[in-house]
Design a protein around this ligand. Structure first.
Ligand SMILES: [Fe+2]
Length: 264
């Protein structure tokens, strides 16, 4: 049995601080073998830089997945060749990096894949996520396969999960920054949750300071969103997988915030 922790989108300083404070304790208490974090918002809310990648690795993350905000103008393309970094698979062929990688821990191979949804995702012009996952599965023989499906619409996430139930170990949603309570093991033993959630400022609107979001929502007028600061929250899920079959037997949520300090 292998236990994998998937951490929801890490947003800027408050999110990083939560990982720095809690990640090693979570790993020990839950006997985690491998940690994946979504890092597409780790550098001031958008994208990832070398410094921030190194910070995530120093906190104990093994693999960093990304999303529609993967790329920044000030991030050198060579960063995406880093073996811990996985950008969305189903984007233009000229993009740097790869969308699926294989890791090995305790002689167990773990494939980690990052796929973008197409519904309400404006950036990166993602291609069909179903075809993308078909393509990856056809070329891979690892039993343990974790898919971070970075997508907005729960319907699209569930459709991918039902279609690939039994073909991958877990389909874990990211991007909305709100942890959903629908974690389950599907009929053919794929673990699923619509969204793992966020590591970021607790008093925020999905990581941003409320004032500007309220202004834009209320008036329809443009506003520059600011990253919120202050006490953080940490959202994650733990998935237990049989390394012989690749089947998941358990998925549960972790949610730490100022009102749930001891919930891990
Ligand atoms: Fe995103």
């Amino acid at each position: 049995m292998i236990k994998i922790l998937m951490v929801g989108d890490v947003v800027s300083k408050s999110g990083r601080a939560m990982l720095e404070t809690h990640l090693k304790a979570i790993k020990e208490k839950h006997q985690i073998d491998f940690i994946i974090a979504n890092g597409e918002n780790v550098t001031h809310g958008k994208g990832i830089t070398k410094d921030m990648l190194n910070k995530l690795l120093s906190y104990g993350c093994d693999a960093i997945t990304l999303g529609n905000h993967a790329f920044r103008k000030d991030t050198h393309q060579s960063l995406f060749e880093h073996p811990s970094l996985i950008r969305p698979y189903n984007i233009h062929k000229s993009a740097p990096g790869v969308g699926t990688r294989v890791y090995e821990i305790n002689n167990i191979k773990i494939r980690v894949t990052n796929i973008l949804g197409q519904v309400y995702i404006g950036e990166l012009k993602p291609t069909n996520p179903f075809d993308a996952l078909d393509e990856i599965i056809a070329l891979s023989d690892e039993k343990v396969h974790i898919v971070d499906f970075h997508a907005q619409a729960t319907g699209e996430k569930m459709a991918l999960a039902y279609e690939f139930d039994g073909k991958v170990s877990a389909i874990l949603g990211t991007h909305t920054h709100v942890q959903t309570a629908d974690e389950r093991i599907l009929e053919h033993k794929t673990a699923y949750i619509s969204d793992v959630g966020m590591c970021g400022a607790y008093n925020s609107i999905i990581g941003s300071r409320p004032n500007e979001v309220i202004y834009k929502s209320r008036t329809g007028l443009p506003a520059s969103f600011e990253i919120a600061v202050g006490p953080g929250q940490l959202n994650a899920v733990v998935v237990s997988i049989d390394e012989e079959t690749g089947q998941a037997s358990e998925i549960y949520r972790i949610n730490i915030n100022p009102e749930k300090q001891f919930n891990y």
